[in-house]
Every structure is written in structure tokens, then in C-alpha cells.
Design a protein around this ligand. Structure first.
Ligand SMILES: C[S@@+](CC[C@H](N)C(=O)[O-])C[C@H]1O[C@@H](n2cnc3c(N)ncnc32)[C@H](O)[C@@H]1O
Length: 198
């Protein structure tokens, strides 16, 4: 990824996770009752998407962060590879999942040939990326390396969390409203990437 093209604020947001303290405390958000429920919901959504895609043996999880889904995907019988731009996040992941395969990668330029994996998974990244072209380049890379299909999550602007985040921003309780897109826009971006390129 050419980080010089990003707005300073966006660069800061994406590189936040390179900080060792941020990486070390990242999993705390999934530990409370609400965090665990969110985590379980996401696992169920991924399991549903995998079932819809059909038979798959291998999966690339980018960004894998601290290995939030490593155990779940390995237990589902998938041959797992996790990739992330942050060595600090990957170090946490490797501590928890010693035998899993992880690599430092940039989602804008994955170091894998076309169709190297059955499925490419991308969770909890798109809402951090405010630049449409960067989102498109991430989606293109996921589609390029996946043989069966891509699973990606977006944050849509009608979600309760987004509404609450906007209210908190208005009240000065957070610096900026959360990144989120209208559902139609998400569909459009996905359709644009799915179009054959000339
Ligand atoms: C919010 S975390 C999500 C991690 C994981 N998918 C999860 O659900 O917990 C965002 C991750 O994206 C990674 N990241 C940011 N830019 C990236 C890039 N260009 N390529 C690969 N990973 C990137 C960060 O290092 C961070 O670990």
C-alpha cells in the first residue's frame, strides 16, 4: 500500500495496530459479556457465509489481527493462513496459536499468486478505510487470491452501533463519527470490483 497517498488521519488509524500496547490489549474487547456476544455473532455469520460458498479446504484471513478467528477456522477443518500488516498483532496471534501459519502482508499487494486459497476472509477492516479506491484495491486483491469466494464485512450506516457512535461524536464524547457506508453503496462497490476489468 502506498501510504503516502493516504490522508494523515487514515494513515494513523491503519498504523495504530502496529503499536505493541494496542496489540496487547486488542483482545480485551471480546472478553466482556457484550464483546463475547459480538464475537459469537461474527463467527456465526462467517460460518453461514462459508456454508453458502460451498466446499473449501484453505482460507486466507487478512487482516487476521491477533488471530481472533484462527481457532474457530482451524476447528472448522480449514487449512489456515493469517496475514496482517502489523508484526505486533501477529506476535499476539502466534502466542495464542503456536502452530498456525501467519505472515506479514499488505492487503493492497498480497504476496500470493492468483487463486492460491479457496476462500479469502476480511473482517473489521473496511470501516477503517475511508478512501474508496483503497477499499477497492483491497477487495481486488482478496478476489484475485480466492478460488471459491471472498467473505468481507462492512459497517453499514443504519447499524445501531453507528447511530450511537454518531450521537457520541455530536456530544463530543469521541473525536469523529464512525466510518460506515449506505447499504446501496456497499453493494455498488462490491459490484464494481466483481466486474471484469479491461
Ligand atoms: C480492527 S483490526 C481487525 C483484525 C481482525 N480481523 C479482527 O476482526 O479482530 C484491523 C487490522 O488491520 C490491519 N491492517 C491495516 N492495514 C492493513 C493492510 N494494508 N494490510 C494488512 N493488514 C492491515 C491492522 O494491523 C489490524 O490488525
Amino acid at each position: 500500500m502506498d501510504e503516502h497517498k493516504l490522508a494523515p488521519e487514515e494513515r494513523a488509524k491503519l498504523s495504530l495496530y502496529r503499536d505493541q500496547l494496542v496489540a496487547a490489549s486488542y483482545d480485551q474487547r471480546w472478553r466482556g459479556g457484550r464483546g463475547r456476544a459480538r464475537d459469537q455473532r461474527k463467527q456465526r455469520a462467517i460460518a453461514t457465509a462459508l456454508a453458502l460458498l460451498g466446499p473449501a479446504k484453505t482460507i486466507l484471513d487478512v487482516p487476521c489481527g491477533t488471530g481472533r478467528f484462527t481457532g474457530f477456522l482451524t476447528a472448522a477443518g480449514l487449512e489456515y493462513t493469517g496475514g496482517d500488516a502489523s508484526l505486533a498483532m501477529l506476535t499476539q496471534a502466534k502466542t495464542k496459536h503456536e502452530t498456525a501459519r501467519f505472515a506479514v502482508v499488505d492487503l493492497a499487494r498480497l504476496p500470493y499468486p492468483e487463486r492460491s486459497f479457496d476462500v479469502a476472509l476480511c473482517i473489521r477492516l473496511m470501516h477503517l478505510v475511508r478512501d474508496r479506491e483503497l477499499r477497492a484495491s483491497f477487495l481486488r486483491e482478496l478476489a484475485r487470491v480466492a478460488r471459491v469466494g471472498v467473505i468481507v464485512d462492512f459497517r453499514q450506516d443504519k447499524a445501531l452501533r453507528v447511530w450511537l457512535g454518531r450521537a457520541r461524536a455530536k456530544l463530543g464524547l469521541r473525536a469523529k463519527p464512525p466510518g460506515a457506508l449506505a447499504l446501496e453503496k456497499i453493494h455498488q462497490e462490491l459490484a464494481d470490483v466483481a466486474k471484469p476489468r479491461r
